[in-house]
Design a protein around this ligand. Structure first.
Ligand code: M6R
Length: 618
């Protein structure tokens, strides 16, 4: 996925676009570019690298920054390697049209060949350059304005996109469109200025009013005029629905932390409180979740629950499987959305599908939802980003309310997703009678303690730093856990590999002897989750097996543990809680460990190589 920004108004567009791109860098950061129009000339600057590299270029020549209209882009490469030429914006052959694009044009090769036969030549390897030339060709053939040309061109396009297009011959307008990739338009006072961006973060200090385009919509944004929204399929005008933004500047800044990841790790106590706030009254045993309450019969009559997600959200889904099966006795299956969508799964109207996604934009999860809906299943979403595509595509859902997660490595999304899954499990257990009232109350009271327990756990930072220092040069690591903590082992390994590039594998502890044990020697650090409940003795045996093969053991245990302390090389203690909620605690030291190891290795934790915050392409 990529980030798009744009501005039209009376201010200087450049700083607004550049600052906006910096806020969108979490979406992609392998190249960046900006176009501003100074009334006569298109000023185009683009480069491989980050927005800071782009600034280094524009700072040499102030004329590159002049103009009150412009568009910008920060890229996560799909078609064509990250280099200067493939960077956006892309300019049409005549030099009049300029485009930025997030998404993939699947039939670009066919269109490209057709355009070549009509005399077009291409500089880049991108699908985006094909699109801007297609718009140019349509505009020329139909002798129409930019808006109409974009609309007609897009009816010939297969794929996903959010685009912003500028036409030098119409310097008072931008045309914006979306299908499958998000785009928001901020509306300045009295329509004097407009802001375009992949999310609202680039313009929150300028306006609280925004229009989020729906899939298949196109907007024509003109200086000092009302925004016009049309359907791409039939060019009919639709109402532009203006929403008030809930986001604030503080939420998207680092707030004194060196990195967003660290800030977000530390935000978890508050994020979990925000997730359960208003949803539970522990002393009364009351759980209120409108999305579940309103569709209780679907849940109660479900033959099974299928959870679909990707990455960290999939790991949260695995914890959800343990929670739901344990508490409600309903069979649960957890599927990678990317596999589910293509393997012709058996889904019936008696299935409930729970889709989990922080961003609410993950292409595979979105496609899995559409597939499940087409087969008649009821689909419930657990998303963080309000108004995201997945939130809108699902029949009902629950937001995690974790606040913006900007670090590419997901942290607070994981714990807040588990919090929502815990509440759903308890709510259903109550309704089905699979847990006694006293047990539900006890769980709720225990859940309420988690934020202050995490607060305390975060104080172990110095110990985690010491351990990180010892293992920072490891080339391979194993993560082991059982039951509720098997998904935490997977998540711990994912966190380490994605930000430090150290190879790591997560396994159910007992699986170790079926293969991975062959890897163990004195150079292999093994992170083992060995909390006092749930197969403790079995995990202790696994630890002994590692020890007798000279592996290094870093164990996460419950406060007061004696046995593991005697065997392990390092021990990190977590406070006592219900077994079902241990993932909310055991994951914290693993997040910190990954963070510190990556920092010690000099890695960019917020923008790890090759990754993007959410994956809106297949
Ligand atoms: O936005 P989503 O939760 O749908 O994203 C799913 C994965 O792409 C995401 O969790 C990814 O694995 C993270 N980089 C993990 O830290």
């Amino acid at each position: 996925m990529c980030g798009i920004t744009g501005y039209i108004g009376s201010r200087n567009a450049y700083p607004i676009i550049i600052n906006g791109l910096k806020r969108l860098e979490y979406r992609g950061y392998d190249s960046a570019g900006v176009m501003v129009f100074d009334g006569e000339q298109i000023q185009l600057s683009k480069t491989k690298g980050k927005v800071s590299d782009l600034e280094a270029i524009t700072n040499i020549d102030e004329s590159r920054k002049k103009g009150s209209i412009g568009i910008g882009h920060t890229r996560w490469a799909t078609h064509g390697v990250p280099n200067d030429v493939n960077s956006h914006p892309h300019v049409s052959q005549s030099g009049e049209l300029v485009i930025v694009h997030n998404g993939i044009i699947e039939n670009y090769d066919t269109i490209r060949k057709e355009l070549i036969s009509r005399g077009y030549t291409f500089q880049s390897d991108t699908d985006t350059e094909v699109l801007v030339n297609l718009i140019e060709e349509v505009k020329k053939n139909e002798n129409c304005k930019l808006g109409k040309a974009v609309q007609l061109a897009l009816t010939n396009v297969i794929g996903a996109y959010a685009i912003a297009v500028f036409d030098k011959t119409r310097p008072n307008e931008l045309v914006v469109a979306r299908l499958g990739s998000p785009i928001a338009i901020g509306i300045g006072k009295d329509n004097e200025e407009f802001f375009v961006a992949s999310d609202a973060s680039p313009f929150i200090e300028f306006t609280r009013d925004a229009v989020y385009l729906e899939d298949g919509e196109l907007a024509i944004v003109k200086r000092n005029k009302e925004i016009k929204v049309r359907k791409i399929s039939n060019d009919k005008e639709v109402d532009a629905v203006i929403q008030e933004l809930q986001l604030n500047l503080e939420q998207i800044e680092k707030g004194g932390y060196d990195h967003f990841m660290l800030k977000e790790i530390h935000e978890q106590p508050k994020a979990i409180i925000d997730t359960y706030r208003g949803r539970m009254l522990p002393n009364e045993g009351i759980i209120r979740m409108a999305g579940v309450d309103d569709h209780m019969s679907k849940f109660l009559h479900a033959d099974r629950i299928i959870i679909v997600a990707c990455g960290t959200s999939w790991h949260a889904g695995l914890v959800g499987e343990y929670l739901l099966e344990e508490m409600t006795r309903v069979p649960v299956e957890v599927e990678y959305a990317s596999e589910f969508r293509y393997r012709n799964p058996i889904i019936t109207p008696k299935d409930v599908v729970i889709a989990i996604s922080q961003s609410g934009e993950t292409a595979d999860t979105l496609a899995a939802i559409k597939l499940a809906k087409s087969k008649g299943a009821f689909v419930f979403g657990i998303c963080n980003v309000v108004g995201s595509s997945i939130a809108r595509e699902t029949h009902a859902g629950a937001y995690t309310h974790a606040g913006p997660e900007i670090g590419v490595a997901s942290t607070k999304a994981f714990t807040t997703q588990i919090t929502v899954l815990s509440l759903i499990s308890l709510k259903l257990a109550q309704a089905k009678g699979t847990l006694a009232k006293s047990a539900v109350n006890n769980y709720l009271q225990t859940l309420q303690l988690i934020p202050s327990q995490i607060e305390k756990l975060l104080e172990i930072d110095d110990l985690v730093k010491e351990i990180s220092y010892v293992y920072k040069d490891a080339t391979n690591c194993l993560y082991l856990g059982r039951g509720f903590n098997f998904p935490v082992a997977l998540e711990g390994a994912l966190k380490l590999k994605e930000i430090s590039y150290i190879h790591a594998e997560g396994y159910p502890a007992a699986e170790m002897k079926h293969g991975p044990i062959a890897l163990i020697d004195e150079n292999m650090p093994v992170f083992v989750i060995a909390t006092n409940k749930g197969h403790y003795e079995k995990v202790v045996s696994n630890i002994q097996e590692i020890k007798s093969r000279s592996g290094k053991i870093i164990a996460i245990v419950t406060e007061g543990d004696v046995t593991v302390k005697e065997i392990a090389d390092h021990v990190i203690e977590i406070p006592e809680t219900e077994e079902a909620f241990t993932p909310l605690l055991t994951t914290i030291p693993l997040q910190l460990l990954s963070y510190h190891i990556a920092i010690m290795l000099g890695k960019n934790v917020d923008q790890p190589r090759n990754l993007a915050k959410s994956v809106t392409v297949e």
